[in-house]
Design a binder for this molecule. Structure first.
Ligand code: GLA
Length: 728
């Protein structure tokens, strides 16, 4: 039993294999948080302390007991207006204009299996792998109800949180702030780890102590964004990759969000993750329900490495869906960096023919195939094949590609529109814009009003019209600007646009998956601007960054690995010098870095020498062997590329029999000291044979001291070692 309920003490305990989460309904009906951390037995209500606190309000019904204040007690879903002056999980503007809210316990339900969320992505699990606890809270005056949802996946050390907010009263209330999860810690020092960045340099790692005041990340951009990822990690100061306690909060949502870590006056820490409160004001009429997007929580007492592995396993097995969930994805060549907009059917065919000869499995025709699109100023919205450019109907072209033994994939940016398009000229009011104002442009394009079903339907029909023309097995779903002008002519209340837009987007993706169950969808937003758990529910892989420079990618992929499995990371070999940075790296190094994700190429092969073509053939041969390990193995970070002179990472099969370790030297100096790569996760007491040299190593020595890398001259030398466990 993952969920235990002590009806005498009103204590709810959630157990995973290695963690425990506990809460209690106290005598006043408040749902207090007691404990989250390593697995424990018993009840932890002794952790609560009470004292007469100056300037911390007392609920009226506690009478003269001045030691009781919501301002100091740890809570599950703190609300604005009940005497807690910390950051709340929910803030409500009532019909009379007041901001009061006082949520008290009403009851609970438990059921087997994991809850789902209407219209939103969520972790799924059946009755054998998960249980759900639902705790109902209610405001006695307005009858606003909050059903807190807890999904427990014991085998994954994962607890999910979500909520349904129900207006069970009369009249409309307005939700002014809604967070998905709150974690209150009554004591302890913590570091907060977050992932910041920018276009083409996403998910840099930052670790700072939680201090008095509030540390906040978030996005107001309508997408989860390049700038901050919706993932927060709270770690004890002495926690590192392999040791120590840490918590992850990962938001399963792809739009504007916020995350906050606040240390209060009593040195207690509150962490919140949920919807961005700016530009959010959601009206809820009598009888209506608001579905709160989910947050995935996991705890590790064995450092950050295990924490990431918990998320990876959960997302691989219980978030990603579809045919390609766990099977090898096609090795693709994408036309973007090979040709940008400057292609025709002949050039693409030649690219595909060369690629097929090298062993590549799929051609992806990126931006530029539709309308009059020969640069990025026109035609988004006109999803009509430019047959003049392709030289023939799409169907015939795809057949030719298929005859080469290659699959065919295509790029779309369904959410956006150029003013210079027939679609916009026909429906100018379908783009988000504010009355009387000129809209803000981004890449010279506007965003379509996906809060409106007729807009989603119109684009959906166009996309299907293309997909139905031939054997299209993959699409890259792009989104190339931040959202502004959040005004919809169709909405009564503009504060709901950011959320309703996401519901429209998810609805589109869901319908697409239902109609084309074998289609592989790769997410993208100018690279990794929407790299989040929400998208993984629809797109099992996401183009990780528009930056294909192997050295920058090492850092971007390192940051990404904290929250997302390698099988989610679209990762391609491009030309050298790199077109984003001008930096040169060998084809071998570019290949090894790209093999840390879903492998492919993003270049024209025409200029490659025969020797280089052989290297590509070899890379493809190797990746086919490694792909199951990369996609489904346990991922270990072996170094920190932000600090160390080498970058190293490793995949180990779940049964420990296969290991792939990769390393890239980041620095080179005269008379170098030797660098050793220490392996992790091998089966102690056994031996492993390195497949290229045939040499047999003792697992414990590999984990204790590691392998010395050859002392080689030249920048960014790279190494890959593939081991199989052997019986000695
Ligand atoms: C975005 C993507 C690129 C490419 C271009 C096409 O920037 O991230 O990979 O598809 O759009 O315009």
């Amino acid at each position: 039993m993952a969920i235990l309920i002590d009806n005498d003490k009103n204590i709810f305990t959630l157990h995973t294999d290695n963690s425990t989460y506990q809460m209690q309904v106290d005598k006043y009906g408040f749902l207090l948080h007691l404990y989250y951390g390593r697995k424990t037995k018993g009840t932890m209500d002794y952790l609560l302390t009470y004292a007469d606190r100056g300037f911390s309000g007392n609920p009226y019904d506690v009478g003269p007991d001045r030691t009781y204040s919501m301002d100091a007690l740890p809570q599950e879903f703190p609300c604005q207006g009940n005497g807690d002056f910390r950051s709340p999980a929910i803030s409500v503007r009532n019909g009379d204009g007041s901001y009061g809210c006082d949520l008290r316990y009403q009851g609970y339900k438990v059921h087997k299996g994991k809850y789902g969320i209407k219209g939103l992505p969520a972790v799924y699990a059946d009755e054998t792998e998960a249980e759900t606890l639902e705790i109902l809270l209610e405001d006695g005056v307005t009858k606003l109800q909050v059903a807190l949802l807890y999904g427990v996946l014991p085998g994954y050390d994962v607890i999910t949180r979500s909520a349904r907010i129900i207006n069970a009263g009369e009249g409309t209330v307005c939700l002014e702030k809604v967070q998905s999860a709150c974690l209150d810690f009554v004591t302890g020092n913590y570091d907060i780890i977050s992932f910041y960045g920018r276009h083409a340099m996403e998910r840099n790692f930052q670790r700072i102590p939680v201090a008095h005041g509030s540390f906040k990340i978030g996005s107001r951009r309508g997408t989860s964004s390049h700038q901050y990822n919706p993932l927060m990690i709270l770690a004890r100061p002495d926690t590192n990759e392999d040791f120590g306690g840490c918590y992850a909060l990962s938001f399963v949502y792809s739009g504007s969000f916020q995350g906050e870590a606040e240390m209060d006056q009593y040195k207690q820490t509150r962490v919140l993750l949920g919807l961005q409160e700016e530009l959010f004001s959601y009206p809820l009429k009598a009888g209506e329900i608001f579905y709160v997007p989910e947050t995935v929580l996991t705890y590790s007492s064995q450092g950050l490495g295990k924490l990431s592995q918990n998320l990876h396993r959960c997302y691989r097995k219980h978030l990603c869906r579809g045919k390609y969930k766990e099977t090898a994805r096609p090795i693709l060549v994408n036309s973007w960096e090979a040709a940008y907009f400057h292609f025709d059917g002949k050039l693409l065919y030649e690219l595909a023919a060369t690629a097929a000869d090298l062993g590549v499995e799929m051609l992806v025709m990126d931006d530029g195939w539709f309308g009059k699109r020969n640069d990025d100023n026109s035609s988004l919205g006109d999803w009509v094949v430019n047959e003049e450019k392709i030289g023939e109907p799409l169907k015939d072209f795809i057949e030719k590609i298929n005859q080469l033994g290659m699959k065919f994939g295509i790029w779309f940016e369904p959410e956006c529109v150029n003013e210079d398009s027939d679609f916009f000229r026909a429906h100018p009011d379908w783009a988000l814009h504010m009355p009387g104002r000129k809209p803000i442009l981004g890449r010279n394009q506007l965003i379509l009003d996906f809060t409106r079903k007729e807009v989603v339907d119109a684009v959906f029909n166009q996309v299907c019209g293309v997909l139905d023309q031939g054997n299209i097995e993959y699409i890259k779903w792009d989104m190339n600007r931040s959202m502004t002008d959040m005004y919809s002519a169709a909405a009564e209340q503009q504060g709901r646009i950011a959320y309703d837009y996401m519901i429209g987007l998810y609805d589109f993706l869901e319908r697409l998956m239902a109609r084309y169950p074998n289609l592989l969808i790769e997410g993208c937003s100018g690279g990794g601007g929407r790299f989040d758990a929400g998208m993984l529910y629809y797109t099992p892989q996401i183009w990780c960054s528009d930056n294909t420079d192997a050295l920058d990618r090492i850092r971007i992929q390192y940051g990404t690995s904290f929250g997302y499995p390698a099988g989610a990371v679209g990762s391609h070999v491009s030309v050298s010098p790199n077109e984003q940075t001008g930096r040169s790296a060998s084809l071998e190094t570019r290949g090894i870095v790209a093999m840390a994700g879903v492998f492919g190429y993003e270049m024209s092969f025409v200029k490659l020498s025969e020797r280089e073509k052989d290297i590509v053939r070899e890379q493809i041969r190797k990746y086919r062997t490694y792909a199951p390990l990369v996609q489904n193995g346990l991922y270990y970070r072996l170094s920190n590329p932000f600090e160390d002179e080498l970058a190293a990472w490793e995949f180990v099969s779940e049964d420990g029999t296969e290991v792939l370790a990769s390393a890239v030297m980041l620095e080179i100096h005269g008379n170098m000291t030797a660098s050793y790569v220490r392996l992790k996760g091998l089966v102690s007491g056994t031996c492993y044979q390195e497949q290229e040299s045939g040499r047999i190593y003792d697992a414990d020595a590999l984990m204790e001291v590691g392998l010395p890398l050859p002392l080689q001259c030249g920048e960014y030398q790279s190494y890959q070692y593939y081991f199989k466990q052997v019986r000695q």
